[in-house]
Design a protein around this ligand. Structure first.
Ligand code: NAG
Ligand code: NAG
Ligand code: NAG
Ligand code: NAG
Ligand code: NAG
Ligand code: NAG
Ligand code: NAG
Ligand code: NAG
Ligand code: NAG
Ligand code: NAG
Length: 878
């Protein structure tokens, strides 16, 4: 018995070893995706601003296709703190984001490498560094080869590829180690997420799709392979990483690593070293293009709905706003206006051209604007003039030797191929022809992922790549609900490669078309985006639902787009799909009034939610939009800052307080610019909110009496009455304000008020940018504009002072506007006013001083100071 049992055990043991060995080797043969590369040769150019290397594959694997034999790696400093690392096939040219899509420094060709010096010696570790750069690039001569990017000043390793690089025709994989305990990542869009900070073990799939924003954790309409990493200690320093690649990808964030799995193109990495988040966005937008200036009017409130029935319906909405005294700047219309959903046509029954023209003319007379929607699909009806002109100029996307026939709202459609110059001209011409019928002020381009109602059949292996990205969270084929990956664009570019560029290219064509036709600053709103779309357009977060979670998640989405260089961003206020409760809509307009782009929009078949329909929503709207309109000069000055330096309008708290690690996980609050903090109520039944206040003094903008003073940063419980949102101004800031009005045109004519908030340092500063709000260029040469900076200071027992400095272009704009009032907040000592002098002359303007919320508030009223003249106002105190 014993021996039998033993032999059985031995036999079992042997079998299991054999089985294990067998299954392991089998497993490996099938699963090893790549073995990596070794360094063959390295050339460090004399100025040492560039390192080039040739790599060759260690052993080939056929999983996801054969490995590419030899790669060429070039690392170079493009600016002091921008390092570019490019890895591609050294023998064959591959697809990469074309220069005409995102213009950037010309790239050294592989020819350069092949002709250069082959050392032939054993690979060694090679460094590329530059005295004036904080970034150091290291190519390790290990097998497999790795590279690291580190920060000289802190010794921190920012990017560290491990264990190997995989490079096949249609599968590229690279992993970087991250220090989980001090890395904080943000970015990689577009997704709706519960949190702004990236979540460990989430896969961020990037492939532009018509998937509603209401769906969390799925790839949505845009592709932004950029992240920001805030390293929290020992010294806080932030850097950015862009993988400039237009192919579909999965980015897996594992906390201690990030892995990119990309289905084409090349590894084209950019590392941005600047140590603050704001400077990183500045560097990033310097590469991809600065945000487009938006017209002044676009900062007013917008109203839209899918399902407006006819012109009188539109008129009644405009009248509803006027009657309720709620600002309405822009009236919108969705696809309802079209004749059979054909672009550039008007429904002859419900939206006849003559009545529509009258309607738009009336809006214009009233200082209001009109925007409508366009979809890329052109209906193939033989009696449709736009379609016939498209055929004539051969502008459509090709597939299997003919125009690709998709299906969208009009039924069968062809799609203009925006890579083709003829299509760009076609689009501009159609817009121009249409604007003669209806002089719209801006355009809204939708469905441009491209959305298709049918699943195209498989034509070639392009339609079915070996590696399947996690499209829609269920590994849906990349062709699903879009045009086929096997479609061919101008220049023999495949849709497989160019898919994610469509939104950007249509946006650029629309932007150019409007400039050409109007001669004014264009307003374009696009759903689909790519790296650099902010240079041409605004974006909204897409199809959300009227749910409290959608209200909450709108904040991370908005912060993401600011970081992606698209600062003009908003979510559909009160939700697009579904029916909101009155309370939800009320809270949503409170928050939405502070989205950079503030638009109410809803879906057909859902309850109407225009802001005047519910009593409590109306109260919230008047209060919140009232403050927004008073802050218009501030919003517009932030737009100027965004255009000049890329910094977002709506920002996460850590952009202003990067040293405060407690700000890294905040999803329910944000800043406008440097110092206005929005702390909305985001839950049903809530009448108090727990809001985080970073170190400093914070003054409630509705009521200067409610102040919060934090020495270290802490949560504070605030009252959040049903009709009110908490908006606080941080000490150290001067905010330019004007008066409330029903249109931005009227608000712009009112007198200025400056709100000066002192922190513990008893000083404050701010800026104001003025121009006509519609010149194509913002602050361009020869344009009329004025930029004014303000400084303010308190000397206890002596004086409170505010002074201005004026810079201008052309003749200066708005110099005749008048400063009527200055309010100083945060006076933290007893004082008595002795007198006021303006530019050295005593003045008898009215001065009021009172204590509110533990601080003194001093108001000077009745000023008649021209804003275009430099001034100094001194309040003498004792
Ligand atoms: C190659 O390197 C050797 C040794 O460093 C040097 O003498 C030679 O000039 C280099 N040749 C070229 C073409 O750069
Ligand atoms: C992430 O996944 C790994 C591997 O499955 C697991 O060990 C780890 O606990 C996960 N981390 C988190 C934060 O979920
Ligand atoms: C517009 O549509 C509404 C709602 O369907 C309808 O009651 C009204 O009669 C229509 N007006 C015109 C002028 O067609
Ligand atoms: C084409 O458009 C015309 C005019 O709008 C319409 O009468 C006709 O039914 C359409 N044809 C098709 C096939 O949809
Ligand atoms: C492609 O075109 C050819 C020739 O017209 C046709 O026979 C074939 O069915 C087409 N393929 C698909 C997938 O439609
Ligand atoms: C694919 O995406 C879905 C939705 O985000 C997620 O639940 C799932 O875990 C992902 N699958 C993998 C293998 O990453
Ligand atoms: C494409 O997407 C639709 C909608 O999500 C789905 O019903 C369909 O099954 C998908 N098709 C494939 C081939 O996966
Ligand atoms: C277009 O590209 C394909 C490979 O993607 C190639 O086979 C074909 O020859 C190219 N055609 C032209 C006209 O360049
Ligand atoms: C505007 O478009 C027209 C017609 O397409 C063209 O002739 C003209 O040159 C364009 N103007 C500018 C300023 O681009
Ligand atoms: C206030 O003064 C301090 C010390 O001079 C200076 O560092 C700070 O930048 C000033 N702040 C503002 C807002 O001007």
């Amino acid at each position: 018995m014993e021996s039998k049992r033993l032999s059985f055990i031995i036999l079992f043991y042997c079998l299991s070893i054999t089985f294990t060995l067998f299954s392991c080797s089998c497993f490996q043969a099938e699963q090893v995706i790549g073995y990596g590369y070794v360094v063959n040769s390295v050339v460090l150019d004399s100025s040492e601003s560039r390192l080039s290397a040739e790599l060759s594959v260690i052993q080939k694997s056929s999983v996801y296709g054969d490995d590419i034999e030899s790669l060429n790696l070039v690392a170079s400093y493009e600016t002091k703190d921008r390092l570019h690392v490019r890895i591609t096939d050294s023998k064959h040219q591959r697809w990469e984001v074309p220069q005409y899509v995102i213009p950037r420094e010309p790239i050294s060709t592989h020819r350069f490498i092949l002709e250069s010096n082959h050392t032939g010696s054993k690979p060694q570790t090679q460094f590329l560094s530059s005295e004036n750069s904080d970034l150091v690039f290291t190519l390790h001569g290990t097998s497999p080869a790795r590279f690291t990017v580190s920060r000289r000043s802190t010794g921190d390793i920012l990017f560290d590829t491990w264990p190997k690089i995989v490079f096949k025709d249609r599968y590229l994989e690279i992993t970087s180690n991250l220090p989980a305990e001090k890395s904080n990542l943000y970015g990689l869009g577009e997704h709706t997420k519960r949190s702004f900070r990236l979540v460990t073990n989430d896969t961020y799939t990037l492939w532009n799709s018509d998937i509603p924003a209401a769906m969390i954790d799925l790839n949505l309409y845009g592709l932004h392979p950029f992240y920001m990493d805030v390293r929290s200690y020992p010294n806080t320093a932030t850097h950015g990483v862009l993988l400039l690649n237009s192919n579909g990808m999965d980015a897996v964030y594992g906390g201690s690593y990030i892995t990119y799995k990309v289905i084409g193109g090349i590894f084209d990495f950019y590392f941005f070293a600047r140590p603050t988040p704001l400077e990183v966005v500045n560097q990033y937008t310097d590469l991809i293009g600065r945000p487009a200036p938006m017209p002044y009017w676009s900062f007013g409130f917008h109203q839209c709905r899918y399902g407006y029935k006819n012109v009188s319906d539109l008129e009644s909405v405009v009248a509803g706003y006027a009657k309720a005294n709620i600002p309405l700047e822009v009236m919108w219309i969705d696809i309802d206006y079209m004749d059979d959903y054909k672009d550039f046509t008007l429904d002859p029954i419900n939206f006849p051209p003559k009545e529509m023209k009258n309607f738009v003319d009336k809006l214009h007379q009233n200082g209001q604007k009109y925007v409508l929607i366009l979809d890329p699909g052109i209906g193939t009806n033989e009696s449709y003039a736009t379609f016939l002109r498209g055929l004539e100029h051969d502008v459509f996307l090709k597939w299997n030797g003919t125009n690709y026939l998709g299906e969208v709202w009009p039924g069968p459609v062809y799609f203009p191929d925006f890579l083709k110059p003829a299509a760009v001209h076609f689009w501009a011409r159609e817009i121009s022809i249409f604007r003669k019928t209806l002089p719209v002020d801006g355009l809204w381009i939708d469905m441009n992922e491209i959305s298709n109602f049918i699943d195209p059949p498989v034509l070639s292996s392009l339609d079915d790549p070996p590696y399947k990205i996690n499209n829609s969270g269920v590994f849906r084929p990349i062709n699903n609900k879009t045009v086929p990956a096997s479609a061919i664009h101008y220049g023999n570019v495949t849709e497989y490669d160019a898919h994610n560029l469509h939104g950007l290219l249509e946006t650029r064509a629309t932007n150019y078309a409007l400039i050409n036709d109007t001669g004014k600053r264009p307003f374009v709103l696009t759903r689909s985006t790519f790296v650099g779309s902010g240079k041409y357009a605004a974006h909204w977060t897409g199809d959300n639902l009227a749910r409290w979670t959608d209200l909450q998640y709108s904040i991370p989405s908005i912060l993401n787009f600011g970081m992606f260089g698209i600062p003009m961003i908003g979510a559909d206020i009160c939700g697009f799909g579904g029916d909101p409760t009155e309370e939800l809509c009320s809270r949503w307009i409170q928050l939405g009034a502070f989205y950079p782009f503030s638009r109410g929009h809803s879906a057909i078949g859902t309850v109407r939610r225009e802001l005047y329909l519910w009593e409590s929503v109306m109260r919230s709207a008047k209060k919140a939009l009232g403050l927004r309109y008073r802050l218009l000069p501030y919003f517009y000055t932030l737009m100027y800052g965004a255009h000049m330096t890329g910094v977002p309008i709506a920002r996460p708290l850590f952009f202003s307080f990067p040293q405060d690690t407690k700000t890294y996980d905040i999803n329910a609050q944000f800043l406008l610019g440097r110092g206005i903090m929005i702390s909305p109520a985001l839950k049903p039944g809530e009448v108090k909110v727990d809001a985080y206040f970073p170190k400093g003094r914070w003054f409630n903008l509705f009521d200067y009496a409610q102040t919060v003073h934090e020495d270290n940063g802490a949560y504070s419980t605030l009252d959040a009455p049903k009709d009110t949102i908490n908006v606080h101004l941080n000490g150290g800031n001067i905010i330019p304000m004007q008066q409330e009005a029903l249109t931005t045109e009227l608000a712009r004519k009112s007198g200025f008020e400056f709100l000066v908030a002192f922190g513990e340092e008893r000083n404050a500063s701010g800026e104001l940018f003025l121009d006509d709000g519609e010149s194509v260029e913002m602050a361009g040469d020869g344009n009329d504009w004025t930029l004014i900076s303000f400084g303010s200071k308190v000397v206890e027992g002596s004086e409170i002072r505010i002074s201005s400095k004026v810079m201008d272009g052309g003749n200066g704009f708005g110099k005749d506007l008048v400063v009527e009032k200055v309010v100083f907040l945060g006076l933290d000592f007893e004082l008595e006013v002795k007198g006021v002098s303006i530019n050295g002359n005593y003045s008898n303007v009215k001065v009021e001083y009172e204590k509110k919320g533990g601080f003194g508030v001093l108001e000077i009223q009745g000023l008649k100071q021209l804003i275009g003249e430099e001034f100094e106002i001194k309040v003498e105190i004792k």
